[in-house]
Design a protein around this ligand. Sequence first.
Ligand code: SF4
Length: 498
Amino acid sequence: MARTYRLSKSRFTAGLQCHRQLWWKVHEPRAPELRPDAALQAVFDMGNRVGERARQEFPNGVLIDFDYRRPLASVKPTRQAIDAGAPVILEASFFEDDIFVAVDALSKEGDGWVVTEVKATTRVKPQHIPDAAVQAHVVEKAGLPGVRVELMHLNREHRHPNHGPLFVRADISAEVAALRSDIAGEASAQMQMLAGELPYVEPGAHCTSPYECPFRDRCVAPAPDHHIDELNGIRANKLDELREAGIETVDQIPSDFPLEPLWARHRAAVLRKQLIVEPGLRDALAAYRYPIAMLDFETVGPALPVWNGCSPFGAVPVQFSVHTIHEDGEVSHRAYLADGPGDPRPGVAEALVEALDGAETVLAWHASVEKRCLSQLATACPEHAPALLEARDKTDDLRVVFKNNLYHPDFRGSFSIKNVVPALLPEMAYDDLDVSDGQLASSLLEGLLCRPEDLSEGQGEALRTQLAAYCEHDTAVMVELLKLATRSAPTSPVISST
Ligand code: SF4
């Protein structure tokens, strides 16, 4: 007899995205691609914290003990809670039609029931609807009448501690109803598919939407070097035009093909296999006056805000690094990393005003982030507002200067500092750092400042050292990038794309 496979809410939604992906998830549950990295694990942990906090919104809730290793064991206690007349059941578990679901909150409403799905987002997203629809389907199959469906998400208008509710609820019954008739058929198609061989699915837009598929490397061959997809900011219609002309890589684009100046520089860099520098660079750099301060902030954005006036996911600056280049060429360094769990902003603001004292120019990479942080600090710490707002107004974006004037074939179409540094300063690439990307730094900082009790003293100190090194590196590389841009490096002659 053919084996039957059990579906769950997450399996069902994976199958909606792609049957091939679901097949691998079910048949290879220990596939290396399914092991969450540190950043993804942090997202899962954040979702769990939001889910736990959401339970406080249901003070009468009866919590069903849920063990993910034995999910079906929760079905009987759920039924007992319903029979006992519980008005709200948290983690209410059902197994019908070979589909298991655990509902975040199931509440009695008149003669019917409300399914509440909690999401750690600040709005309803299209992918939330099938997720809720499969729950409503299973709950109704279990014999519960009049099911209404709502999505409870974080309220972006909330300000800690008590300005506006932390969660808001959106009734999505109508959107769910529109999908309901498809659920049984799709579930049956998924189970039939799982009983067979690995299905073939042509890769396409569904490989990245609504979620990045973990198996992309198994299905999608790597693009050739300098693929036209790398052209920075190119739109789909222009890409189609190039493809229709039989062009796959940037170096194949004919010289008479109309290109934006940046794409023309990109093509020139690939064809000449070297850094291209536009004549406008000199004027762009001439605007800078010494001392020049390179500024970088690291922020945390807790889903559940912890400091006064902060909103869910609102980015709060907790760390900075400043390297200052003085007129005589000397470089000095100042840095600050908050010591939780109190409000980090007063300490950051005070130390930053000192660090930027005397700077004529402030440079950041992707300066909109630094400008926003400076504005936010000025609002939170009015005693430092004049100095912080002055610093904001003199902050310029070094990334824009690079984007307008330089291109190296190894940028791969991106002006992220993580692409620019390995191409221009390979000896300063981020590979040797324990913390090497901003998202990971942010989640580590949040743990360090907001949940220090989860770390031993030794772990906390080690983390502070790693995070300090990461932030310092960001401004140290900016010093070297500015030097490189300022001089005509012997190994990188100044060449115009025109
Ligand atoms: S990469 Fe695309 S086609 Fe392959 S399993 Fe993932 S979603 Fe399906």
